[in-house]
Design a protein around this ligand. Structure first.
Ligand code: SF4
Ligand code: SF4
Length: 248
C-alpha cells in the first residue's frame, strides 16, 4: 500500500469513529480537526515529567493545549472497540497466573495469537512521521479470535456488564497506557521515553485548555505507567517475545 492510500484509509477510519463518538459525546470541532489531521497550527510542546517526555499538541493559532482525562465509568469505549491487545512478557506472566493457568505455554496456546501490524505516529508533523511495524503476542479479545480479526474493533470479552474490566488487576499494560502511546529514543547513549496521544477518534476524553496546570497531576501519574510499560516492551523485545521495525 502506498503512503498516500494508507493515509487516506486511516483518515476514513478516524472519521467513521468520530461520527459514532459524536452520537453520544460532544466533540469540540478543533479536537475533531486534530484527530483528522486538518489543522496546520499543531505544534509539539515538550514537557518532561519524571522519566517521560510528553509531546503535548499545542494549537499556535488559539494558544491552547490538548489535554485528556478519562470519562470512565460513563465511557468504556476503548474496551467496547478494542483493536488488539498486544502483550509484554510481563503481561504474559501476570495474566496467565490471573486466569489460573499452571504455566505460560498453556496460556499462550489457548488465549493468545501472534500478529503483525503497522502503527503510524499520527500526532507528529507529516514530514517527521514514524511508521513502526510490530509483531507481538496478542491476548484474544473473544474466545475464537485469530489473526483474521487483527486490528478489527470488537468488544473485549473481559468487559463486564457493569462497564468494568473483569481482569483489572492483571489487565494488559497497553490497556493502562491508552490513550497514550510511547516510544524510546537513544539520547547520549541513554534510553529516553517519549509519549503522546493516540488520535484514533475513539476516545471522548480530549479537550483544550490555555494552561496545563490542572493536568500536570494526571500526566505525572501516567508518567510512571508509561515508563514501566516502555521498559516492559524493551524486556519483551530482548526476550524475543516481540519484534519492532522502524522506518521514517
Ligand atoms: S475511551 Fe477514553 S474516556 Fe473512554 S474509558 Fe477509554 S480512555 Fe477513558
Ligand atoms: S482487558 Fe480489560 S481494560 Fe483491556 S480492553 Fe479488555 S476489558 Fe478493557
Amino acid at each position: 500500500m502506498t503512503p498516500i492510500s494508507r493515509e487516506s484509509e486511516k483518515s476514513d477510519e478516524v472519521l467513521i469513529a468520530l461520527e459514532k463518538l459524536s452520537k453520544k459525546w460532544t466533540i469540540d470541532p478543533k479536537i475533531r480537526d486534530i484527530h483528522l489531521g486538518l489543522r496546520s497550527d499543531v505544534r509539539d510542546y515538550l514537557l518532561k515529567l519524571n522519566q517521560v517526555t510528553y509531546h503535548i499538541p499545542y494549537l499556535s493559532e488559539t494558544s491552547e493545549f490538548v489535554v485528556w482525562d478519562c470519562l470512565w465509568p460513563d465511557c468504556h469505549n476503548c474496551c467496547e472497540k478494542q483493536g488488539r491487545l498486544p502483550l509484554t512478557s510481563r503481561d504474559i506472566s501476570v495474566i496467565s497466573k490471573g486466569l489460573g493457568y499452571p504455566n505460560r505455554t498453556d496460556f499462550l496456546e489457548k488465549e493468545t495469537y501472534v500478529a503483525t501490524w503497522e502503527h503510524t505516529n499520527s500526532t507528529l508533523r507529516k514530514e517527521s512521521q514514524i511508521i513502526t511495524t510490530l509483531t507481538m503476542v496478542n491476548l484474544k479479545r473473544s474466545e475464537t479470535e485469530g489473526e483474521a480479526e487483527n486490528g478489527e474493533q470488537i468488544t473485549c470479552r473481559f468487559l463486564n456488564g457493569g462497564g468494568s474490566c473483569s481482569i483489572n488487576s492483571s489487565k494488559p499494560g497497553v490497556c493502562s497506557l491508552y490513550p497514550f502511546f510511547s516510544w524510546t529514543q537513544n539520547e547520549n547513549n541513554r534510553v529516553s521515553v517519549h509519549a503522546s496521544y493516540q488520535f484514533t477518534g475513539d476516545c471522548p476524553g480530549f479537550s483544550l485548555t490555555k494552561t496545563l496546570d490542572e493536568n500536570i497531576p494526571i500526566l505525572r501519574n501516567y508518567s510512571e505507567i508509561i515508563y514501566n510499560y516502555s521498559m516492559s516492551v524493551n524486556t519483551t523485545l530482548r526476550e524475543s517475545f516481540a519484534r519492532i521495525d522502524i522506518t521514517e
